[in-house]
Design a protein around this ligand. Sequence first.
Ligand code: GLU
Length: 467
Amino acid sequence: MTKTIKTRFAPSPTGHLHLGNIRTALFNALLARHGGGQFVLRIEDTDRERSRYEYVKELQDDLRWLGLDWQEGPEVGGPHIPYVQSERTSLYAEYYQRLDVAGHVYPCFCTPTELAMSRKAQQAASRPPRYAGACARLSEAERQARRERGLQPTLRFRVPAGRMVEFIDLVRGPQRFASDDIGDFVIRRADGGPQFFFVNAVDDALMGITHVLRGEDHLTNTPRQLLLLDALGLPAPKYGHMSLIVGSDGGPLSKREGDLSIRELRAMGYLPEALLNYLSRLGHRYAQDVWMEPAELATGFVVEHLGRAPARYDETQLLHWQAEAVRYAAPERLWEWMGMAVHQQVPAIHQEDFVAAIRPNVRFPADAMFWAERLFGEELTLSEVSQIVIATAGPAFFNHALAAYAKYGTAYQLLVDELKQHTGAKGKNLFMPLRAALTGETHGPELARILALLPPDTVRRRLHVWC
Ligand code: GLU
């Protein structure tokens, strides 16, 4: 029987969530949903100095905003509570103990200075720096002597010699690492705090995680973690290491180029579905490049379609999916998203028609405000082109327009037919002056919809000034 798929997102709460780490969360959530499995949230706050409670709160907020709900984790609980590593210390103690009893670990008294000197010597000899093993074979008496000198040891994992660590990476295929290239590594700090390698692997095993998708910066950690799990007799998940997101120039993401927090993107007015549609295609390929609802994103998600090439950030693409998200959002939701300023400007009875009229012309709430002001504001500022178009049409045109409006009101087709007949203008020469006078712009929402939305007094006034 195959195990139900279980994935996790294991952020370290040391900063805001950005496009890069939220993509990791998303891919893991999609993978779980695709397989009808579970998605776990685990907070890896072993770096006590840099971890902040505010970030824990914030990242949960960001995940929920994006609809990436977790079935096990903080706030929702689950069979493996607690889901915050700083609250699992007693559990880790048991596994340190097991390694100790089986002789897989030893206390290391090397000071940071000694370690740095050893690294330097190795580099000078053109050897890859790894722990040289100074404390690997200390006798109990030697250890005791060091303890008496007040030295606090770290705990090192004794990497077995002459082994080949092999695994099939879900993204990168078969991987091989010689254990002899891996120095004995620290799994518990001198202050007793656990190291990432250890708690990350132990928790994945204890929580029954079956698949781990994470950044390729973790690839070299994997053989260490596999050795650890093997020594503990715990099951290992399948790992997949995803290419990192780079800027459009191939360099690291910069602030200007997409290194924006979810918080910032949200404040800018991005809709969660836009981010989901964009990110799920960043380093992953769908059979079709069309807009998808979150459930469809999960259905179509295929691990084999994760690419090895660096995923390039492309703002044009992000904006494209934002436009699509606006296009497909429910009207009430779009209205909410437009915000207070728009709500105050647009009369309640026009809410629906306003949303319908401007939807194709809006990407962000600020665009909605632009049209709210143009349609319902007192003052109308005319763009330069509008002024030229109006002047070219001349007063007679607007006299006829005013008369046609008096006759037909918002019956748009009748109005323009009438205007066409009287002025002889057609096409652009007919619509542009009308649009310019009514909205101050030469492009924008459908004119028929605008005419229906504008208060009659406003229409008359805006046509009359040019007569
Ligand atoms: N806490 C680790 C990080 O944020 C998790 C790495 C992993 O997914 O295994 O990088």
